[in-house]
Design a protein. Structure first.
Length: 198
């Protein structure tokens, strides 16, 4: 495709066949790719803001796939499809459907029983979803939009601020975000709760 990818720490590299799934001819730089992806993501955010959702809809495999398709479908032909390759992050690809089903069942229970506060429920869901790493790319951005949908559409809270920075670029906000994710990996959700509202 002629595009050379440069990955930041915490980003998932694409393999050659995944990189060939780019739907937009003529992209020459990673900055151009980021711009097209961001435009698609903003369209997905508007789509989510204009709709109402039921918990049983949100906590379904079909919805997880649909949100990813909404976010990246204009840019990548594999948007919404579970990855078929092993990555530097996430579980083995064959484990994705089972692990996702377990997470969705847990999250629906959390919702029905009000197990956690609105923010904690959304962020626990986001953290587990990104650790499964369902898709070739875009898992962090996808899990953040889903957390926003859960906290705003299902629990009536404002969407998260996510450190008020660009998490796709190297900087203080991204560093704080990755630190909060590592703390959540170790069992401490508090830094992620603080970061999401900072």
């Amino acid at each position: 495709m002629g595009l050379s990818f440069v990955y930041l720490p915490g980003q998932t590299p694409l393999d050659e066949s995944e990189a060939e799934g780019l739907r937009i001819p003529g992209i020459q730089t990673h900055a151009e790719l980021d711009e097209f992806e961001q435009q698609n993501i903003e369209e997905a955010m508007l789509w989510s803001l204009r709709r109402s959702f039921r918990p049983a809809e949100v906590f379904s495999e079909a919805f997880i796939r649909r949100v990813h398709q909404q976010m990246f479908g204009n840019v990548w032909n594999w948007a919404g499809e579970f990855r078929q390759s092993e990555k530097n992050l996430g579980i083995n690809r064959w484990q994705i459907p089972g692990a996702l089903k377990c997470l969705l069942d847990d999250a629906l229970y959390w919702q029905q029983m009000q197990v956690y506060s609105p923010d904690e429920a959304a962020l626990r869901f986001k953290h587990r979803l990104v650790s499964i790493h369902c898709f070739c790319n875009g898992n962090g951005r996808h899990s953040r939009l889903l957390a926003d949908i859960i906290t705003s559409k299902l629990r009536g809270q404002p969407v998260f601020s996510w450190g008020r920075g660009n998490l796709a670029r190297q900087g203080l906000a991204r560093s704080a975000y990755l630190h909060a994710l590592r703390a959540a990996d170790a069992g401490d959700i508090v830094p992620l709760l603080r970061f999401a509202r900072s």
